[in-house]
Design a protein around this ligand. Structure first.
Ligand SMILES: [Fe+2]
Ligand SMILES: [Fe+2]
Length: 367
């Protein structure tokens, strides 16, 4: 795969069997969808999530006696989010040839920096950390630089799906504590903190959805390489910057004990949720599918290779998701008038075997 390179950047285009989409065509289709999705996302973000880290919260109303566990948690959240410039610059550089992906990463970065500022305000207005302490802590954090966890665009894309979901879960569970809906930390109720956690969690959900849609596009047009990336990413998943934050062990023990985030939460509420959204039944099924694909020689046996890979996930549901994404983008573009100048169409991947599994079949007609 040419990852996210636009068509004109492809140096060699392999021979494509008649009737199938070339990698060049697939890349063009994916890039066009990224662009539409990015424009849709930006419009929606500005309309529904245009909050401000200083002005949208009653910082003066934040409690000054928050429990130690909550302080450790929000300080850790701040530490992770304040690497936003590193995350953004590395990712923008990685996907710079893709208009949709690179512009999205700038927009995404502008939302992540708001998260860093909001958590910093929470730490500061708790009155339990002095501005001098925060300044020194930031200096320590920024002395380290975050780098991409994987060398290529597809692995980093898939990593971000799991990371955004994990981050959303962390914030939702803190919100539960601050709302008094969890008793794992005594005396944790604070309406201001609950609102901050909820507001940021909504952003993380939007990020998760964007990266999920991108991954589905890859899964639909490049199933083998995408599934391989999913397998590799979950095999070594850790939260971003966990190796850079100096007091990470204390933070991770605290969030675990506070019922905010731990290995069980990752398996149940991150991995299984993302798997379901990607039409993957289980980790075992994913690994078996990849193994079955590898066992078949990929010369003279193309049909068998394709069958093995298309059988290893619910491609019918992914096709349905990709089609729905196209309809969403088409509706948006029609409103603007793009449909008259640059129409956007769904193009089926002819490699996928057509059968009863397809989402296009009405379930009532399957019997
Ligand atoms: Fe964030
Ligand atoms: Fe995010």
């Amino acid at each position: 795969m040419s990852a996210i390179l636009p068509p004109n950047a492809l140096l060699d285009v392999p021979r494509t069997p008649a009737g199938l989409l070339s990698n060049r065509e697939k890349d063009r289709l994916i890039e066009r969808a990224f662009l539409g999705l990015y424009r849709w996302y930006t419009a929606r973000s500005q309309e529904t999530r245009n909050w401000n880290a200083d002005l949208s919260f009653d910082w003066k109303g934040l409690r000054h006696d928050l429990p130690k566990e909550i302080m450790t948690t929000i300080t850790g959240f701040f530490a992770v989010e304040q690497y936003a410039p590193d995350y953004t610059s590395e990712l923008v550089n990685l996907v710079r040839r893709s208009h949709g992906r690179s512009h999205f990463q700038l927009r995404w970065g502008s939302e992540e920096e708001k998260h860093a500022d909001a958590w910093e305000n929470a730490v500061l207005f708790s009155r339990q950390r002095s501005p001098q302490w925060l300044a020194e802590y930031k200096e320590r954090l920024r002395a380290q630089q975050w780098h991409l966890p994987f060398p290529d665009a597809i692995h980093n894309l898939v990593y971000t799906v799991f990371q955004e979901r994990a981050t959303q879960l962390n914030y939702l569970n803190l919100m539960k504590l601050a709302n008094g809906k969890s008793d794992k930390v005594a005396n944790a109720v604070d309406p201001v903190l609950a609102r901050v956690a909820q507001t940021i969690a909504v952003d993380e959900a939007a990020h998760y959805n964007f990266f999920l849609e991108c991954t589905r596009l890859y899964l639909y047009y490049y199933p083998a390489r995408t599934l391989e990336a999913v397998k590799n990413v979950i095999g070594q998943f850790s939260m971003p910057a966990s190796h850079l934050v100096p007091d990470w062990d204390e933070f991770s023990t605290t969030v675990y004990k506070a019922g905010i985030y731990g290995p069980r939460d990752f398996n149940r509420d991150v991995m299984q949720v993302a798997f379901r959204n990607l039409g993957i039944e289980s980790r075992k099924k994913l690994e078996e599918g990849i193994k079955a694909t590898r066992e078949v020689p990929d010369f003279d046996g193309q049909a068998t290779v394709q069958t093995a890979i298309w059988d290893s996930f619910d491609y019918g549901s992914i096709e349905g998701d990709v089609k729905r994404l196209h309809v969403k983008i088409q509706d948006y573009e029609k409103g603007v008038g793009f449909d008259a100048v640059d129409p956007f169409e769904f193009v089926q991947n002819p490699e996928a075997p057509r059968g009863v599994d397809s989402d296009t079949t009405n379930p009532a007609e399957k019997e």
